[in-house]
Ligand binder design. Structure first.
Ligand SMILES: Cc1cc2nc3c(=O)[nH]c(=O)nc-3n(C[C@H](O)[C@H](O)[C@H](O)COP(=O)(O)OP(=O)(O)OC[C@H]3O[C@@H](n4cnc5c(N)ncnc54)[C@H](O)[C@@H]3O)c2cc1C
Length: 317
């Protein structure tokens, strides 16, 4: 029977959870199961190491993901999994909290590290606190132990063509106490910067709004998205709030982060600390952003940005 379950909003996150899930399942000595509602993703989960995939039926047009909670909760009561890992997206966190409520289970959110304590038979979850100044280790009392994990905390589980897991199709219909009456695109809806491989971040050092176009061009050239610091989103309203990076914004984990006129205050850096390569352009050589940068240019972004664009355009030609 499955003892570690994973549940993610997107298939890429499922693969990451399967990676850490496989390690935990091995240590606990149980099977690893994935939940999904997409048949293609079910195949992917099997290819990435799930012993079992529970395929949920499609949602009705007026239903949200919460309609799956009763089904998953009933199965959990019957199977009693040790651990349930959920991706820490907006919807994922809601799902995990609702599931924990239904199962009267403990939940650790935004876990940066997970390990199994064999002596105590307990999942140890590490999470940041005090805005990233400290690390807290917690364990959930009772079963199942539920933890949410931010996207890109773990690498994807390796793919294998020799799928040996099984597919279990769930027939119970999804049900919810809430009906969705209308769906419409949000104005100025931004791309999801948490999923971007490269992020160009605009800070208060950019003085003129039209220069945003140059940041967008740079992001386009390197296949990334544009994010910003809080003053750009909340004070100047140059960019949507869901592109703000940091403590009160999004946590990003791109391969490349380029900060343009960003000072690097702790509240911002909390959102960028897991970027693989950090580049910064700032006129102030003592700007805190340089302390953690892999590449720094002390200079005026009004001069550096056009040069950077020209160089990259030339390479691409
Ligand atoms: C509770 C709380 C939560 C917060 N949450 C967040 C958050 O989630 N995200 C966030 O970003 N902030 C957050 N903040 C705000 C944070 O403390 C900083 O004020 C903010 O990050 C600063 O943004 P900035 O770097 O764009 O601006 P500044 O700190 O004003 O820095 C601008 C930088 O641009 C440089 N510069 C100026 N001109 C140029 C030029 N021509 N070329 C190159 N460089 C130039 C300057 O040297 C300076 O370093 C929060 C604050 C609090 C109190």
């Amino acid at each position: 029977m499955a003892g570690v379950w994973i549940l993610a909003e997107y298939v890429e996150q499922s693969k990451e959870l399967l990676n850490v899930g496989r390690e935990l399942a091995g240590q606990v000595g149980v099977e690893l199961a994935a939940w999904t509602w997409n048949p293609d993703w079910a195949d992917e989960c099997l290819a990435h190491g799930a012993d079992e995939v529970f395929l949920l039926p499609p949602l009705g047009l007026d239903q949200g993901l919460d309609a799956y909670i009763p089904i998953i909760a009933e199965k959990a009561k019957a199977i009693l999994p040790e651990i349930i890992l959920v991706s820490s997206t907006l919807k994922g966190k809601e799902l995990a909290a609702r599931l924990a409520g239904r199962l009267d289970a403990g939940m650790a959110s935004e876990c940066q590290g997970l390990r199994w304590d064999g002596e105590k038979n307990s999942l140890l979850a590490e999470r940041l606190l005090y805005g990233g100044a400290g690390v807290q280790t917690i364990s959930c009392l009772g079963r199942p132990q539920i933890a949410t994990v931010p996207p890109r905390t773990y690498e994807s589980a390796p793919r294998s063509e020799a799928k040996s897991g099984r597919l279990t199709e769930i027939s119970e219909p999804p049900s919810s106490q809430v009906a969705i009456l209308e769906r419409k695109a949000r104005e100025h809806q931004a791309q999801d910067i948490t999923r971007a491989r490269a992020v160009v971040c605009v800070g208060r050092g950019m003085e003129n709004k039209p220069d945003l176009e140059k940041a967008r061009e740079l992001a386009g050239l390197i296949g990334g998205e544009v994010g910003c610091t809080r003053p750009i989103a909340e004070e100047l309203h140059w960019m949507p709030e869901d592109t703000c990076i940091g403590l009160s914004g999004k946590i990003i984990k791109p391969d490349l982060y380029i900060g343009l006129g960003v000072s690097g205050q702790i509240q911002h850096l909390i959102g960028t600390r897991d970027a693989r390569v950090v580049c910064a352009v700032n006129t102030d050589e003592n700007a805190p952003i340089f302390a953690g940068a892999d590449y720094g240019i002390v200079g005026d972004l009004n001069e550096i940005l056009p040069m950077l664009l020209e160089e990259i355009r030339a390479v691409k030609r």
